[in-house]
Design a protein around this ligand. Structure first.
Ligand SMILES: *Cc1c(COP(=O)(O)O)cnc(C)c1O
Length: 387
């Protein structure tokens, strides 16, 4: 067996999603990546290896999707985990007791739970600041700071961090810039090209794209950090299974068309929401009056398809949640199906109340992950549910 290789030709992102990695591990000509459902691999002889020994260390199907992520994000390497949280938990092991990390104050709820309950117990101090303000990041840096963890746009308030500005604030200090790029995907944004050292993804979302699998990725700029993460990955062991690696590879083949269609729908729905009497605020990066509309265009090629909006009362919010027929009331995002979420009771239920309210996450706030259905059908469903 030989390892899958990145394709040698220059290609546009749409093409790269489909062709960036060619499977070289077999001779059958299979166009779909084979699922190597094997825990272990026999050695040709003493002191010899096919390149694969045991699937916790590496598996050809997982390696294929890892190479694909590395190619799409422009990284030296990428590592696939069993979920986005497994990826973030593994990368936190790069830090030691006494180290400090600065993180965006409007983070995915699961990341907040990890930092508050696990990282804190392990002696890593996580300070949350508004990373959309580079001066606030600068002020929070101490000689113990080892990492800055940015989520952009944020979940659910859609605040955008200027990644080049944060890189400038870090300067030549020995601080890792980590970006959770789940919302924009490598199709719309490549944080490594803007100065990030590590990119993390919940592959559960747009990358797999069909609400049918959990996955997580870390993409790394430097081979040295990649090597440390490889050791952590095989030691801790929360690796992506061969079947799930296949599903994510298949999902990524349609990433470009899904992102384009979901964004087109999101723009239409955000404008429609703005015109509704019961809607008091619409948070969508792709609206020209969003504070980061211009910044987004400087550092990304798209706005994504995540919208949050506030309505006039908690009663209106619960009516919408109870009455949509097409739109599913479910956690998660990034799939072909449009989902509606109630952050206060779902994704952010574990965020302490004072912090939650300070961030604007109250019982009037709803979040939409816009799918790829007809925009007209999604709008009609919201219209009826709002009446
Ligand atoms: C979902 C999500 C995660 C966690 O990923 P899982 O695959 O659910 O473990 C992390 N960050 C963001 C922005 C997410 O949306």
């Amino acid at each position: 067996m030989s390892t899958p290789s990145q394709h040698p030709f220059e290609m546009k992102p749409e093409t790269a999603c489909i062709h960036a990695v060619r499977d070289a591990t077999h001779s059958t000509g299979a166009v779909g990546v084979p699922i190597y459902q094997s825990a272990t691999f026999a050695h040709p002889g003493v002191g010899q290896s096919t390149g694969y020994d045991y699937s916790r260390a590496q598996n050809p199907t997982r390696e294929h999707v890892e190479k694909l992520l590395a190619a799409l994000e422009g990284g030296a390497d990428a590592l696939a985990f069993s979920s986005g949280m497994a990826a973030i938990a593994a990368l936190m092991e790069l830090l030691s007791p006494g180290d400090e990390m600065i993180a965006t104050d409007d983070l995915y709820g699961g990341s907040v739970r990890l930092f508050n309950n696990v990282s804190a117990k392990n002696g890593v101090i996580v300070r949350t600041v508004d990373t959309s303000d580079p001066a606030a990041v600068s002020a929070a840096i101490t000689d113990k700071t080892k990492a800055v963890f940015v989520e952009s746009p944020t979940n659910p308030m859609m605040k955008v961090t200027d990644l080049r500005a944060i890189k400038e604030v870090i300067g030549d200090k020995n601080i890792l810039l980590i970006v959770d790029n789940t919302f924009l995907t490598p199709y719309f944004c490549n944080p490594l090209a803007l100065g990030a050292d590590l990119v993390v993804h919940s592959g559960t979302k747009y990358l797999s794209g069909h609400n049918d699998t959990l996955a997580g990725f870390i993409v790394v700029r430097s081979p040295e950090i990649a090597e440390k993460l490889r050791l952590l990955q095989k030691t801790i062991g929360a690796v992506l299974s061969p079947f799930d690696a296949f599903l994510v590879t298949r999902g990524i083949k349609t990433l470009a068309v899904r992102m384009k269609k979901a964004q087109e729908n999101a723009i239409e729905i955000a404008h429609w929401l703005e015109a509704q009497a019961k809607v008091t605020a619409v948070h969508y990066v792709g609206l020209p009056d969003h504070p980061a509309y211009e910044l987004s265009q400087r550092q990304a090629s798209g706005f994504g398809a995540m919208i949050s909006f506030s309505v006039d009362s908690a009663a209106t919010a619960t009516a919408i949640l109870s009455n949509t027929k097409l739109i599913l009331f479910a956690e998660s995002l990034g799939g072909v199906e449009t989902l509606i979420t109630y952050p206060v009771m779902q994704t952010h239920a574990d965020v302490p109340e004072t912090e939650r309210l300070a961030r604007g996450i109250d019982e009037k706030l709803l979040r939409l992950s816009v799918g790829i259905e007809a925009a007209e059908d999604i709008i009609n469903d919201l219209k009826k549910a709002m009446r």
